[in-house]
Write a protein that binds this ligand. Structure first.
Ligand code: MN
Length: 431
């Protein structure tokens, strides 16, 4: 099941919320993403993004169709779980309802307006309790570049083109945009030392990823067919999967990353629904010389429309740049369409042994590097293993992330014949 384009995607639609009609807004009426927000710093509830505003979704039940009314009334809690539990058919009905209420010709504009809050005045919280966090490794360009640094003669392991590689991450340290965290300490063994020592990481790095938020799960022992996979996804967000490369290099064999990745991961507050992304689908294909995925990871729909054209960008603002009021410097731009595995394949693979996914599980896609160096989604790749410094505004340079640096990630979709939509951003800072 892949959502189809319908009346809610019509690029001609406009809203009575003027800022939603700005050419470069991330949140036009064709987007309608969900978050958990607070306007007073202590009561958090579900919000919908429209232009420069957050709509308090829990206050508009009276203006919705009767089936939608009960859903809306569940949304005064600080979690998307009740909404996610309603399932993909309801998510779609809700989108039509919201679209109609927010259109220029809506007769409820005056009634709804008091429930809008300026986005730059609210506080966001996690969209729900994250039960489990699994991080994939779906960019073959990232896997090859990293493989070369760790194993120069054997970069891509033989399973890569058959298995969507992943590891189980740590859910407790996933936080919302704005996260500040301390530089982690760990066991590090320098190449010229015989024994490791416990010390602060000197190779702190970001990873430019997408997060996939599971909306409905599967029972333990059940699998998820490719045709059904996307119905289990509530939405996508940005994910910065912070990593300590020196800790990683020493600990990763034979069981994979552990403490190098579990100290902080940051997500953007807006969950962009799979339906909002319908105009930006792309075909999914592999180079002709590569094997086709096994049949259980293949579907006609996935081949035709499984990919997503989502532009990604990462920027850095150092403490000095912030003091001097210099805007974040772009480090790289990439696109989710480079992914070797689709979102549906990640979901299906995850459940293919009968493992039960649950509402609120978060899947990371892995660092989304493209084929060019300018599309690399980590400092490890951009600085070529810490060998080539990146110059910042002519006064500083970086091979890895320094204390006080803020990393900002953005994502957006644009295509001729469709309204541009954006994901907002995710910021986090090491202190
Ligand atoms: Mn990662």
């Amino acid at each position: 099941m892949i959502f189809k384009i319908n009346e809610t995607h019509d690029p001609e639609l406009t809203s009575w919320v003027d800022s939603a009609n700005d050419e470069f807004t991330d949140f036009p009426i064709q987007n309608l993403p969900f978050s958990v927000f607070s306007s007073d710093g202590h009561t958090f509830r579900v919000g919908v993004g429209i232009g420069n505003y957050v709509l308090d979704f829990s206050k508009i039940a009276a203006f919705m169709s009767s089936e939608m009314e009960s859903i809306s009334s569940l949304c005064s809690s600080p979690s998307l779980i009740p909404l996610m539990g309603a399932g993909s058919v309801v998510w779609s009905e809700l989108r039509v309802n919201l679209s109609k209420l927010l259109r220029s010709d809506s007769k409820y504009a005056k009634d709804i307006e008091p429930h809008l809050y300026a986005m730059d005045t609210v506080e966001f919280a996690m969209p729900c309790h994250i039960g489990d966090f699994t991080d994939f490794y779906s960019s073959i360009h990232h896997a090859t570049a990293i493989g070369k640094l760790f194993r120069p003669d054997n970069p891509l392991l033989p399973n890569y083109k058959w298995v969507p590689i992943a590891y189980h991450g740590r859910a407790s340290s996933v936080n919302i945009s704005g996260q500040e965290f301390k530089r982690p300490w760990g066991q590090i063994k320098a190449a010229d030392q015989n024994i490791p020592s416990y010390q602060p990481t000197s190779k702190l790095d970001f990873e430019l990823e997408m997060g996939i938020l599971i909306g409905t799960g599967n029972g333990l022992g059940e699998t998820i067919q490719m045709e059904e996979a996307e119905a289990h996804i509530f939405g996508l967000c940005l994910l910065n999967d912070w990593s300590a490369r020196d800790i990683q290099a020493w600990e990763y064999q034979p069981l994979g990353p552990f403490l190098a990745k579990s100290f902080a991961s940051t997500i953007s507050p807006w969950m962009i629904t799979m339906e909002a992304l319908a105009p930006f689908r792309t075909a999914y294909s592999r180079p002709i010389e590569d094997p086709e995925p096994l049949p259980h990871l293949t579907s006609r729909e996935n081949s035709m429309n499984g990919g997503l054209d989502i532009s990604l960008e990462v920027g850095l603002q150092s403490r000095l740049m912030k003091q001097k009021n210099i805007a974040p410097q772009s480090l790289a731009r990439s696109n989710f369409s480079h992914s070797y595995w689709t979102a549906a394949q990640m979901v299906t693979h995850h459940a293919s042994n009968g493992c039960n996914l649950r509402a609120g599980d978060l899947l990371g896609t892995g660092t989304q590097s493209g084929p060019a160096l300018s599309e690399a989604g980590s400092m490890l790749e951009l600085s070529q293993g810490g060998q080539v410094p990146i110059e910042l505004h002519g006064e500083e340079n970086r091979v890895f992330i320094e204390d006080g640096d803020t990393i900002t990630m953005k994502a957006w979709c644009e295509k001729e014949g469709a309204r541009r939509i954006g994901f907002g951003s995710v910021d986090s800072r090491v202190v």
